[in-house]
Design a protein around this ligand. Sequence first.
Ligand code: AMP
Length: 286
Amino acid sequence: MNAPILRRLDELRAMTRPWTLAGARIGVVPTMGALHDGHLSLVAEAKALCDRVIVTIFVNPRQFNNPDDLANYPRTEEEDARKLRRFDVDALWVPEPDQMYPPHFATTVSVAGLTDVMEGAARPGHFDGVATVVTKLLSQTAATDAFFGEKDFQQFLVVRRMAADLDLPVTIHPCPTIRDIDGLALSSRNLLLSDRARTRAPVLHDEMDRVADGLRRGGDFEALAAQARARLEKAGFSHVDYLDLRAQENLACMTSPDRPARLFAAARLAGVRLIDNIAVNDQIAL
Ligand code: AMP
């Protein structure tokens, strides 16, 4: 069934008020649209755990530090609504920009520490934009549960910290990264890759796997990372922004995986910036 598409906050509140009064679990899946199977896995998890499910679609200008990236970001609302039909969600929240950022809007939610590194360092202001919009989306939707992909692991940690620090009455659920058959993590930005670049893109995950295997065999991280960077550049990646081994819990830098660790990478291929991360030792509960 087609879910109603709500664009104004008063419509959304009218819909969620009775759900909240009835004590329903309201699951929310925040997205920027251009939905793929990664997003849909979050929707399936929300449907499994919650009484009501709202998918939000909002291309949030405040989390883009590059105007071209914002302008080029794929927008496919009709197609997104069609993909959601089989999940029978209760509503799509697709706010008009003025519903999110009315004139005189002056508040920023900023999470310290976790945002200093990787995506935070590479994209100034990005996580302030994310934390601010997610705080608003969770408040607007009266979410009791919210679902985030491990694909953006740093984002998941930032959102979880923000929700805990602000005492938001919501559980933040991490969901595993969904990959294409060749290992490339699904991402809306993959649509921007040329056919030629798309065939090379899985090298990022291949090289990360190779580093993780090397670490499990006791290899030296710096040496493994240097080899991976060289192979990525040979495969056509123009720049590796970072290839870091970090503690899963707090993103502290590590050189050997002596506690739960993840390997994180960001690299540019034919003008498209790809990010990925994988666990390098046994997963613990997040
Ligand atoms: P986005 O639309 O890129 O902002 O992503 C919306 C949500 O979907 C975020 O929580 C992402 O982490 C999640 N997501 C994006 N790609 C994937 C993927 N390949 N597997 C799982 N979750 C994903």
